[in-house]
Write a protein that binds this ligand. Structure first.
Ligand SMILES: *[C@@H]1O[C@H](CO)[C@@H](O)[C@H](O)[C@H]1NC(C)=O
Length: 286
């Protein structure tokens, strides 16, 4: 008889443990479902990156692609300044497992304008318009990203809040520690810029992002070779916004989440011209 009693107690204990395990287990499951639902509403970020062949290209693109691997719902549009797509960039994109579009167009620099990235960004915008027209969900954000800047993951969280055009500070640019919009009562009231402060929008390309659907409303919006250097940002922004309408992000423009870093041009010796020639291993991709 005592034996049966013990068994019943074990049964009750077992049942209790089972119920508790069930309760503790289901909680994370519910949380996961909740998170999945939230993230499915994340607007797509279209990162538009012009790039050109140079010694540090692969290093720069590797760093950037590995930042972007941490960004949800990102579509990377990479445009080479070249007559043909290169194997180096094609392989790097393929191996990244990112969602990407690979384009190319050769720059036509003029005497008046040596700006880089104009044709490449415009080609990307043409692609974007075609892509959005075919898409069921046209929500998204367009961000113009240099291939050698440094991006905190926080800048991507910020830009998903954009209604039309959002702005934020950029570190180490235009001869300053930080170039940034000045904010009063939650609105942009001016700019702290030293380089060409008379620009309509004295901000760097890395300091703003635009609601993607606006490019369907203004299909004429594009970059131009006709403007003087430093005016590309103002050129594109003028189609969509005024200074008053800019949406200050990054805690009212008090935080730096992106830096205009530049990779130093490497100096490499010519192996053929050395007194003691050494192999240059030209077949190795660097
Ligand atoms: C920005 O400033 C406005 C006005 O002072 C304030 O209401 C708002 O909470 C601030 N936003 C953030 C994210 O700090």
């Amino acid at each position: 008889m005592p034996f049966v009693n013990i068994k019943k107690q074990y049964l009750a204990m077992g049942l209790l443990i089972f119920v508790m395990l069930f309760l503790f287990n289901t909680r994370p499951v519910f949380q996961c479902q909740f998170n999945a639902e939230v993230s499915s509403y994340l607007p797509v970020i279209y990162g538009i990156t012009p790039t050109y062949a140079r010694l540090a290209q692969k290093a720069d693109l590797t760093r950037l692609s590995q930042t972007l691997m941490h960004v949800k719902n990102l579509h990377w549009v990479v445009i080479e300044d070249s007559l043909e797509k290169t194997k180096l960039v094609a392989n790097l994109l393929k191996e990244s497992n990112l969602k990407y579009t690979h384009l190319n167009i050769k720059t036509h620099k003029t005497k008046q304008s040596t700006a880089s990235g104009v044709e490449q960004r415009n080609l990307a915008l043409d692609w974007l318009k075609g892509h959005l027209q075919k898409s069921e969900d046209q929500r998204g954000v367009v961000y113009f990203m240099d291939d050698d800047n440094t991006y905190s993951l926080k800048v991507f969280d910020e830009m998903r809040k954009i209604k039309r055009v959002g702005v934020w500070p950029v570190g180490i640019v235009g001869g300053m520690r930080v170039e940034m919009p000045l904010v009063t009562d939650g609105k942009v009231s001016g700019f702290n810029a030293w380089w060409k402060p008379f620009r309509p929008f004295p901000i760097d390309m890395a300091g703003f992002a635009i609601n993607a659907t606006l490019f369907l409303e203004h299909p004429e919006a594009k970059f131009s070779r006709k403007v003087q250097s430093g005016f590309q940002e103002s050129e594109i922004l003028k189609y969509f916004t005024t200074r008053d309408e800019l949406e200050p992000l990054a805690e009212n423009c008090t935080k730096v989440f992106v830096w205009h870093t530049r990779t130093q041009k490497p100096s490499i010796v010519n192996p053929q011209k050395l007194k003691r020639p050494i192999a240059s291993y030209d077949h190795i991709e660097v």
